[in-house]
Design a protein around this ligand. Structure first.
Ligand code: PLP
Length: 356
């Protein structure tokens, strides 16, 4: 740290992203990326638009707004696009939390919420999960805090039902409730987008990073009541009006114009999620019932950390969290069928090694 670093950030601990190793080719099941590349149309359009990079990108993201409005049947002033959904989550902390309004989120959830709270000097309450890792909705009733809930939650993969979300929304009318739907496209439960007309305090965030194969493009969005969206735009235009670059914008448009491709990939991933869960259970793992593109599992034969390290040694990367309550578990992203076959056979090999 330099002597110039602002004192307000001296104890800021940044988010630790999953490894993106360059030294070796791994089967990469550690950051919940989509194993399938963007569709052909995206690749074609991005190269076409590269020649206009001398111009600023469209701050209003007009083409993207049009596509998303027809897909989700919302109005143009009910959506904002951001540089990944991480950016809109940060904007939400900036816009809807402060000295008087603190934040609340589950004690086991997306690690970035805590970082954004600290970054924005917002105090926060971490609400413990039930023993089975589910969210106890009663803990969120009328708490007068800005609430952040990942639904499905990460890294558990568990999902709340719409009625539960409505109970949280209706009991906290004076606070914004942010439902982070990074993984909703893989879930049986329906998106909360349909609730925005009924609850002016609801902000739904989604991302192109998981179901839409654009993690490297950095594209996310928020949908909510137009007044909330206006507030978020005030933040956007006060930080970076050009937060969506031209190539990402056009990649997003082409992606939305090829929903069939996205849907087909989602189906493949869900089918594989069910198969991998079943196979791991046969190997004695306890697997949480996931509604996301990853599973959260533990074995009684090997610790979470050891399994992670041994898999890494053998060329398969998964995610292990040191947090005490979940350190027995690993989060495994669902890859292609070929990836998953290697994952399972490597796990079998490791279990054999530790049990002889
Ligand atoms: C991946 C993820 C995000 C953010 O993804 P972006 O790549 O920034 O869009 C947000 N919330 C959760 C729960 C995630 O897992």
């Amino acid at each position: 740290m330099s002597k110039y670093f602002s004192s307000k950030y001296v104890s800021l601990t940044p988010y630790t992203p999953g490894e993106q190793p360059k030294e070796k080719k791994y089967i990469k099941l550690n950051t919940n990326e989509n194993p399938y590349p963007p569709c052909e149309d995206v690749i074609k359009k991005v190269s076409e638009y590269a020649s206009s990079l001398n111009l600023y990108s469209d701050p209003e993201t007009t083409k993207l707004v049009k596509e998303i409005c027809s897909l989700y049947n919302i109005d143009e002033d009910e959506v904002i696009f951001t540089n990944g959904s991480d950016e809109i989550l940060n904007f939400a902390f900036m816009a809807f939390c402060g000295k008087e309004v603190s934040a609340a989120f589950p004690s086991i959830t997306y690690g970035f919420y805590k970082v954004f709270a600290f970054l924005n000097q917002v105090s926060y309450q971490e609400i413990p999960l039930n023993k089975d890792f589910s969210i106890n909705v009663n803990d969120y009733i009328g708490i007068n805090k800005t609430i952040f809930i990942a639904n499905p939650n990460a890294p558990t993969g568990l999902c709340l039902k719409k009625e539960d979300i409505e109970r949280i929304l209706s009991s906290n009318p004076n606070n914004v409730v942010i439902i982070d739907e990074a993984y909703i496209d893989f879930a049986k439960e329906e998106s909360s987008i349909s609730l925005i007309k009924k609850y002016p305090n609801l902000l739904v965030t989604q991302t192109f990073s998981k179901s839409r194969s654009l993690a490297g493009g950095r594209l996310g969005f928020g949908i909510g009541n137009k007044e909330l969206i206006k507030d978020l735009k005030t933040i956007k235009y006060s930080t970076n009006p050009y937060n969506i670059n031209t190539l990402t914008l056009i990649a997003g448009v082409a992606t939305l114009q090829n929903e069939k491709y996205t849907k087909a990939n989602i189906k493949k991933i869900i089918d594989e999620r069910e198969r991998v869960s079943f196979e791991l259970e046969r190997l004695g793992f306890e697997v949480l019932p996931s509604q996301a593109n990853f599973i959260f599992a533990k074995s009684s034969l090997i610790s979470g950390k050891e399994l992670y390290l041994k898999l890494k040694e053998k060329g398969v990367l998964i995610r292990h969290f040191d947090q005490k309550e979940i350190s027995d578990y690993n989060r495994i992203t669902i890859g292609t069928k070929e990836d998953n076959i290697i994952l399972l056979s490597t796990i079998k090999e490791i279990l054999k090694e530790v049990t002889i």
